[in-house]
Design a protein around this ligand. Structure first.
Ligand code: SAH
Length: 213
């Protein structure tokens, strides 16, 4: 796959759209300007890579809308020394954006097919998350906890307590919560048992699935 000047132009236009929709983080926009989203799309849909829309990928999942990726990345407030856990690798696009913000990225996906796909894609693109794991993100990733930041990219019916536990004090969890419609929440761990909770409006995600569904 190639990243042509045409793709780069479309990407700059998309960043302008995101800016107009309220994305203000210079770091996030800069990183997203450099990542070819068409590398992460289903082959039949590459022409839509620079539309601000979610699209189907394998295993009935979706690549998140660029606005959503930018918004979650922005409110996650990632610094270059942060250790970040992503739940829901999916296409790997959000993982690539996180890797533009910090080298310390851990990502978990529960669909075998997508996990295998991103394993190949990451090595082709020379993207190196510290860990790319096949597993159930409801449980977080205890072996390498704690994390400074955790981002969930699927809609959670409730907030998994394991994720809150696996944050450092001062750490943040960004998670869409709900059943059909999701509200974006950011939890900040202010002490071992106390969390500050902020909400950021409605979004729509594919569901975060557990062992039973
Ligand atoms: N970040 C992705 C979003 C993919 S959609 C992207 O930009 O492409 C959400 C992803 O979460 C899907 O791939 C889905 O399979 C995955 N997922 C759902 N439940 C999960 C769970 N319990 N643990 C880990 N991943 C899960």
């Amino acid at each position: 796959m190639k990243d042509t000047t045409k793709h780069q132009g479309l990407r700059r236009q998309l960043m302008e759209t995101l800016r107009k929709k309220g994305i203000s983080s210079a770091e996030v926009l800069q990183v997203m300007t450099t990542i070819p989203r068409h590398f992460f799309m289903d082959p039949g849909l590459v022409n839509f890579a620079y539309e601000d829309q979610a699209y189907p990928i394998a295993a009935e999942q979706t690549i998140s809308q660029p606005y959503t990726v930018a918004f979650q990345s922005q409110i996650l407030e990632v610094a270059p020394h942060h250790k970040v856990l992503e739940i829901g690798t999916g296409s790997g696009y959000q993982t690539a954006v996180l890797l533009g913000l910090t080298p310390h990225v851990y990502t978990v996906e529960r669909q075998q097919e997508l996990f295998k796909k991103t394993q190949r894609l990451f090595s082709q693109l020379n993207l190196r998350p510290k860990k790319n794991v096949f597993g159930d993100g409801y449980k977080g990733l205890p072996d390498t906890a704690p994390y400074d930041r955790i981002i969930v990219t699927a809609g959670a019916p409730k907030v998994p307590k394991e994720l809150l536990q696996q944050l450092v004090v001062g750490g943040k969890l960004v998670i869409p919560v709900g059943v059909k419609e999701h509200v974006m929440f950011r939890f900040t761990k202010t002490s071992e048992k106390i969390f500050d909770k902020e909400s950021f409006g409605n979004f729509r995600f594919v569901p975060l699935l557990n062992d039973k569904n």
